[in-house]
Design a protein around this ligand. Sequence first.
Ligand code: EAX
Length: 329
Amino acid sequence: MKKKSIACLCMAALAICATGCSGSGSKSGENIVLKAGFSTGSGDPRVVATELFTEEVESATGGRITIDIHADGELGADPDLISGIVNGDVDITASSAGNFASYAPNVGISAMPFLFEDFDDAWAFVDSDTEKLAEEELVDYNIRVLGHYDNGFRCVTTSEKVGPVESVSDMQGLVIRTPENQIVMQTMLLLGAEPKVLDFTKLYDALKTGEFDAQENPIPVIYNNKLYEVQDNLAITNHSYDVMLFVIRDDIWDSLSDDDKEILLKAAEKAQQKDREMIKTQTEDFIGKLEEEGMNITRPDLEAFKEATAPAFDYFKDVYDPELLKAVQ
Ligand code: EAX
């Protein structure tokens, strides 16, 4: 096991002893309080799905295992939440797979541009052994995947100042906010835009002040986090599929009895299903709602976008496992 992960595990073990609250001794049937953190608002499907997870776990364990949900970036932005899992400060979170790539490069490959036709296509890959294999690398960093939430297909929004995106040429020189995700950033570069990283928790204000002309996120995130108040145009580009990993600290997972592990996996499966249903429905229904909120919707011809971003596979050929790259192409 790598030096870094031994250090992480020691820190996590120390954290358990220090807090004494979450995890240790489930095998002994002690009560456990798990701290779950999310960067988005309480209405966001990942939070709603985790509320279902919480209900399922609390009822199945007779209240012996409970979960405190902290939304709206209360425990930090996505990078903080993930490092919180690694060092034991946060027990549960869900974040875009690409945000975990700094720990295990192969997770996040599902974000390659225009990889999937639709949700069913994407879910078939995400539920495959290929994805499971990539995610096993995360255990070395104290990150255990319980299930897959969905963020949806990412689309571009722009301000009134720069106007709508009707074609690839409208992406030229666009100062666009992205998460810390190599694939999304390279996709924007290949489209001629200027990607800049900013935590999601600071995005609304940065768009409001005009620090950025544009951003890209799935339709449910745009609506649920009121980005329509600070962006005027939505281009339905669906340029990258965004799976989220629903994770728990592996040291806590290890401390659970087999029965408790079974209970958490069953609850995670229900939560995953709930999240997927919400995201699929919201992706269809919220376009109309965003139009009602005054957004100008464009549907650019995506063939030109696919052509412009196809070099991404060559660009990342030394980053991803060749078998994995072949498997997704
Ligand atoms: O937590 O940072 C982002 O744009 C991601 O879509 C994230 O899901 C928001």
